[in-house]
Design a protein around this ligand. Sequence first.
Ligand code: TA6
Length: 279
Amino acid sequence: VTTKTHVNGLKFVEINTDLCFATIYLQGAQIDQFQPKGQQPLLWVSSADDYQPGNGIRGGIPICWPWFGQSQVEGFPQHGFARTTTWDLVSVKMVNQVAFVTMELNVKPEHRNFWPHETKLQVVFELGSKLKVSLTNTNLTDYPVSLTQALHTYFPTSDIHNTYVSGLAESQYIEFAKGPYAQNDDLVEFTRETDRVYTNLGAAQVITTPEGCIVVERENSQSAVLWNPWIDKSQRLSRFNDNDYLSMLCLEATNVLEDQVTLAAGASHTLTTTIYWQT
Ligand code: TA6
C-alpha cells in the first residue's frame, strides 16, 4: 500500500495485494478503481474525467454528504461538499491480506455555512476479494442532527442493453419527482433515462451484465438510487462521454427521503455497502 500523487496533484492511496488492486483519492475519500485479482474491475470511471482538483471524479464511489441531490439552499453544490473536499488519511492496516483504509472528513471553516454542526465523518474501506465501504456519522452536538447521504457507486458493463438489475421487486420508487410507482417486475432493464429513488428496499440487489453478476449489499439503508443518464442527459453531463451511458450504471446505497439519517446527540450511524462478483 503506497501513497502517490496524480499528475494533476491529487493524492491517492494505491492498494496492490494478493486479493485486489485499488486506488482511493484523498479528495472526497473517493475510490475510483477496485479490481479483485483474477476478476474484472467492479467500478467504472469515465475516460472523460481528467482528475482535476475541485471536481468529484466521474466514477468509482463518490460520497454524497451531507445532502443527496440538489440542495434546498441556492448555491449549495449538488450532492454536498464531501466529494470535493480533501479528507485526512487516518490509517492503513493489513489483516490477513485484507487492506483496511480509514479516512476522516474534518469539516473546514469554509463549509460552516453549508454545515454548521459538529459532526465526525469517517469512512473505512475494507479491500479484499470483496469491497466493503462503511461511512460513519457521529453527532458531536447536544441536539439532533439530520442529513441525507449516498455511496454513489458506478458499475461497469460492456452493454447496457444486456444489463439487468434484480432484487428491486416489492418496493416502490419515485422518478423525476413523480410517483411512487410500484416495482412489480423483479428484473429492471434500461431503455431510457432512469433516475429512480427506491424506498423500503431489500438489503441486496444483483446486477447482471455480460461480464457476470455483481452483488450489491447495503446495511442501515432502506433506500437506493438506480441511475443511467441515457442519450440526452449524457450530452449534458460534465466529464462524461456521449456514449458512456452504454457502459455504466449506478446503483447507490443511500439514506434519502424518509430514510434520511437523524442522529440524537452523541449518536452514530454507519451506512455500509459491500460489492463483489457472484461466483
Ligand atoms: O444519483 C443520480 C443523480 O442524482 C443524477 O440525477 C445525476 O445528477 C447524477 O446523480 C450525477 O450527479 P453529478 O452531480 O455527479 O453530476
